[in-house]
Design a binder for this molecule. Structure first.
Ligand SMILES: C[S@@+](CC[C@H](N)C(=O)[O-])C[C@H]1O[C@@H](n2cnc3c(N)ncnc32)[C@H](O)[C@@H]1O
Length: 346
């Protein structure tokens, strides 16, 4: 693998460093659009990937590399993302008779979103994300779309978007472990250059790109200290008439209100604002979104989110009041999950 540095705009390989994985093919795809804002951003992203995906002698980093190197040699075009489980089909040279592949994948826990299947191993993730996908997919026109998935985790929804006809997908995910999980499956796509998960935070997306046809922000807003800034970033990334799918936790009410938890909310740190559905709609409208439509409201249950061998930590049932499921463990109202579709109007 090559590493590049920017020297007066020229990208040159350097010695003594090997990236965890190479994103060049994706950047070439971005640059081929000829869009000036994308050209400029891809230069910066190459630099960031170079810094963040390069070996830093961290033992964990080396163990991730080793897992990637040991993956089954199944050819390109073997990833099937049409069904509920994203699976590598085709002939696996072995279907894990020794359990070594399962052990490798388990080592990369927690696996939050999925499910996946790879050569005899069911990666049973915390979330059955196919249920979330089914709540909004029919509302989105993915054909030939350029898709941005902010907080994409291991990119499950990006793979689904490609299978639904998207042209290319950029994921934004600051936690490297999840980008490694993504890379495990990306290599089996017929066209791996069509998707790239960037190791960046949402706040690093440049303002007012006006490029993407579809932006997904799912399971992210309630973690943001500045939720309105997050929605503005998404608005800016979309082209005129581009569509946002916003999925988040909210309090089920049409009145415009917001809870600012004293400390934790459903045992989660870093929850700053828990808005009502009415407040979410008001934020979106003020930012300049139109055609704001609540697509789905649901209560998550343990058939959708639970502890599994691939995610052995606390999960949903540990976060609610054991005597009253209408309350979180701290006594706040139990939130619903809402999916809202909105269109960039100007
Ligand atoms: C609850 S998960 C949601 C994953 C997926 N989008 C879904 O809906 O199932 C939130 C994701 O956002 C990522 N994340 C955390 N901070 C972020 C930030 N500042 N910008 C973008 N993503 C972030 C987390 O690492 C995690 O993968």
């Amino acid at each position: 693998m090559k590493r590049h540095v920017d020297e007066g705009g020229v990208w040159k390989p350097t010695l003594n460093a090997s990236p965890l994985f190479d994103r060049s093919d994706f950047f070439e795809r971005m640059e081929a659009t000829g869009h000036p804002a994308l050209l400029q951003w891809s230069g910066r992203l190459r630099e960031i990937c170079d810094q963040r995906l390069v070996s830093n002698n961290d033992a964990l980093f080396e163990s991730w590399k080793a897992v990637l190197d040991r993956l089954p040699a199944v050819g390109r075009g073997s990833l099937d993302a049409h069904g509920e489980v994203i699976r590598v089909v085709g002939q696996c040279q072995s279907s894990d008779p020794t359990g070594a592949l399962r052990a490798d994948l388990l080592q990369l826990n927690p696996w939050r979103i999925g499910p996946y299947h790879l050569c005899g191993v069911d990666v049973d993730t915390e979330w059955r994300s196919n249920l979330k996908w089914e709540r909004f997919a029919s509302k989105v026109y993915f054909d030939d779309a350029k898709v941005l998935d902010v907080g994409c985790n291991n990119g499950y929804f990006g793979f689904k978007a490609l299978a639904a006809g998207a042209d290319w997908v950029m994921g934004v995910e600051p936690f490297l472990l999840y980008t490694v999980q993504h890379e495990i499956f990306r290599r089996y796509l017929a066209d791996p250059a069509a998707i790239g998960v960037m190791p960046i935070k949402a706040a690093e997306i440049p303002a007012d790109l006006r490029i993407f046809d579809v932006a997904l922000s799912m399971g992210v807003l309630y973690h943001r200290k500045n939720p309105i800034g997050h929605l503005e970033t998404l608005h800016g990334a979309l082209r005129k008439r581009g569509q946002l799918i916003l999925e988040t936790m909210a309090i089920e009410s049409d009145s415009a209100d917001v809870i600012v938890p004293k400390n934790k909310f459903a045992k989660m740190r870093g929850i700053w604002f828990m808005p009502t559905v009415g407040m979410l709609k008001r934020w979106l409208k003020r930012i300049g979104f139109e055609e704001i439509e609540v697509v789905d409201v649901s209560v998550t249950d343990a058939s959708e989110q639970r502890k599994t061998p691939f995610m052995p930590f606390e999960s949903l049932s540990d976060f609610l009041d054991p005597n009253d499921a209408a309350k979180t463990i701290e006594g706040y109202p139990t939130p619903v999950r809402v999916v809202i579709s909105a269109v960039r109007g100007r």
